[in-house]
Design a protein around this ligand. Structure first.
Ligand SMILES: [Zn+2]
Length: 300
């Protein structure tokens, strides 16, 4: 049986004065949960981050990619997701197996595990040599608010980011999704007002996502004229490989590599994102030395 798919939709709306991206990501988030020991609240945090990063990816083209990292000083540690323009996404958290009580409104306290004492960083690998890096301080650690703040400060684009995740009791994902509304440079005062009003009336994104169930319904609920630009399926997918692991290991010193070769036991390296373990034998480790010698890759 084919895996059920999640979709991203992109629209031009409000008389071509805004761009709207809608996303449902439930299957993707459950794919993330498969290999990782999560809790309902850490799944919610990672679900929001996954949704946000896939939507940022849809603003790219070709082989470009984007990575969103959040380090808020909370118990989950650093959280990070990467996506490309084709809808592939992967994510990881330093400590996914953490929990805190529900917040005062009786909902999963994402800000409580992410923390709000730190920064959010967006790193875009565009079709240029140097990546674009934008950073802002965290507002709440609730992720959607932080990303809206990032767009306002780092990219000077008025933006609403709305992210919602509902958890099952066993920590898997019941429903996940979100939307991004961004004003285009030609936006009128009416478009700004529309955005303000929407923000005021946006009570529970999780309930909105849950009630909508589909992109058509979600965009209808926003009550705005629109035309569809494109849609594509999204997929939780790790792009790690033995070759890429070798390149990562060029960060070790020659002495460290030679020591491992002398031990003759090989080296096990586990991917942070998908938990796959690569075993590198002595031939592989010698190849790492060779790559270093040729200085083919500058790992930053
Ligand atoms: Zn991997």
């Amino acid at each position: 049986m084919a895996m059920p798919k999640d979709y991203l939709h992109k629209y031009l709306a409000f008389n071509k004065q805004m761009r709207i991206i809608t996303l449902f990501s439930t299957h993707c988030v459950n794919e993330y949960c498969k290999n990782i020991l999560t809790t309902p609240v850490s799944m919610a945090a990672m679900g929001r981050l996954i949704s946000a990063t896939v939507m940022l990816g849809s603003m790219l083209k070709g082989n470009e990619s984007v990575m969103v990292s959040i380090d808020g000083g909370g118990p989950i540690g650093i959280i990070r997701a990467e996506a490309n323009s084709k809808g592939d996404v992967r994510a990881f958290a330093s400590n996914p197996n953490v929990s805190v009580p529900l917040n005062e409104r009786n909902i999963l306290n994402v800000g409580g595990i992410v923390g709000n004492n730190g920064y959010l960083q967006v790193r875009k690998q565009l079709n240029m040599k140097e990546p674009f890096i934008g950073t802002c301080e965290l507002v709440s650690g609730e992720i959607a608010e932080d990303l809206s703040y990032y767009f306002a400060t780092s990219e000077q684009t008025p933006t609403i980011v709305a992210l919602g995740v509902l958890a099952n009791e066993n920590g898997t994902c019941k429903q996940s999704g979100g939307f991004i509304i961004q004003l285009l440079p030609n936006a009128s005062k009416e478009a700004y007002d529309f955005l303000d009003d929407l923000l005021k009336n946006l009570k529970s994104v999780s309930n909105l996502i849950s009630n909508a169930q589909s992109s058509d319904k979600l965009i209808d609920m926003l009550n705005v004229d629109y035309e569809l630009l494109f849609e594509y399926p999204i997929c939780y997918k790790c792009n790690c490989s033995l070759e890429k692991t070798k390149i990562l290991l060029t960060q070790l010193t020659n002495e460290e590599l030679l020591e491992d070769i002398n031990k003759n036991q090989g080296l096990d390296v586990t991917c942070n994102f998908c938990q796959h373990t690569y075993h590198l034998n002595n031939d592989d480790l010698r190849e790492v030395l060779e790559i270093k010698k040729q200085n083919k890759y500058q790992v930053k």
